[in-house]
Ligand binder design. Structure first.
Ligand code: DAH
Length: 340
């Protein structure tokens, strides 16, 4: 009997079933009800009493060994089959490529504008979108009862009427003049907010770029030449500009700046409403009172400022007719823009 036990131990030690069928053969041969180990337990009944203890222990050891081998191979084979199944995936199928996104047209235009002004020595200054009355209005000479302060134009913070979403990037002029000493040459891009109904031509948020230059002996000539350079770089060398008198509380004199129409070259068309000119921004010489409000000596220094809507410039550049397209995030619209 001991010989048989040793023989089976050696056989089981050596087994190496490769699949479920071979494993089942092993189970039937050694572990099933009629298997060799059950036969050993049958034969055990006739083992002489004095050998029963030793032989019994041996048979149990053999049974445990066979059981553990069985479980071990069962695990091995099922994981192997799982991974075999996985490898039946057809790796030759062409993958679905990730689409590369494009930059938002407002982002492209903003950066192009910055690039042009950087060449003239302007650097970037940013300010908060949530602003106080002083930086958005008072320091810029908006009178106490100025209509821009009206609830219809401005989003105020309910709990504090002194705090509002900035209505223009001119607030950054004030912050810059308060903290820097002339000469100052900054460009301030950013988002602004107005309490307006959303239509093709108006939105409750949009983007502006503000420019500010403060130094000794700055005049309207500097303003006009700077804006002409910008217009010709951005819209093309043939572009002309003109200035029309206007009014802003923080500039004196104030102007509105037009460029010659890109579509008809000045002859007159629908885009320029047959005038040959389209408006691109507001500008002017910084009002001496504004300089004083911000701690700059208006007898020594003068400056010019300008502000343009990035949406407006983008719409002119690409002939976009509806402002809402910029914030709807329809990729069919967005993917048409690659560079300016
Ligand atoms: N802040 C004005 C607006 O939002 C635009 C503007 C006009 C800015 C004239 C300026 C300026 O800096 O000089 O309508």
């Amino acid at each position: 009997m001991q010989d048989k036990i040793n023989q089976y131990l050696a056989e089981i030690e050596a087994i190496d079933p490769q699949n479920k069928v071979e494993l089942e053969d092993f189970r039937l041969k050694y572990l099933s009800k009629k298997g060799l180990i059950s036969v050993l337990f049958e034969d055990f009944k006739i083992v002489p009493n004095e050998q029963k203890k030793a032989i019994g222990a041996e048979i149990n050891k053999l049974k445990q060994f066979a059981d553990s081998k069985f479980l071990e191979f069962q695990d091995l084979i099922s994981t192997k089959e799982e991974s075999d199944n996985e490898s039946t995936i057809d790796l030759s199928l062409p993958p679905i490529a990730h689409e590369t996104g494009t930059r938002h047209p407002l982002w492209l235009v903003k950066n192009r504008i910055i690039e042009i002004f950087e060449r003239m020595g302007f650097s970037i200054a940013e300010g908060p979108e949530i602003e106080d009355d002083w930086h958005n209005f008072s320091a810029l000479n908006f009178a106490e009862n100025h209509p821009a302060r009206d609830m219809q134009d401005t989003f105020f913070v309910n709990l504090n009427p002194d705090i509002a979403l900035r209505t223009h990037t001119s607030s950054v002029q004030v912050r810059t003049m308060e903290t820097q000493k002339p000469p100052i040459r900054v460009l301030s891009p950013g988002r602004v907010f107005r309490n307006e109904a959303i239509t093709a031509r108006a939105h409750c948020f949009f983007h502006q770029i503000e420019g500010l230059y403060i130094n000794e002996n700055v005049s309207v000539k500097d303003l006009k030449q700077t804006l002409l350079y910008f217009a010709q770089e951005f819209f093309g060398k043939k572009t002309q500009i003109r200035m029309r008198p206007s009014y802003f509380p923080f500039t004196e004199p104030s102007v509105e700046v037009d460029i010659s129409c890109q579509i008809c070259g000045g002859k007159g068309c629908n885009v320029c409403k047959h005038s040959g000119w389209v408006e691109i921004m507001g500008a002017g010489m910084v009002d001496p009172q504004v300089l004083e409000n911000c701690g700059i000596d208006s007898k020594k220094y003068a400056g010019f400022a300008f502000g343009m809507g990035i949406e407006r410039i983008t719409m002119l550049k690409y002939q976009i007719k509806d402002l809402r397209l910029f914030s709807e995030n329809d990729v069919r619209f967005l993917r048409q823009f690659h560079h300016v």
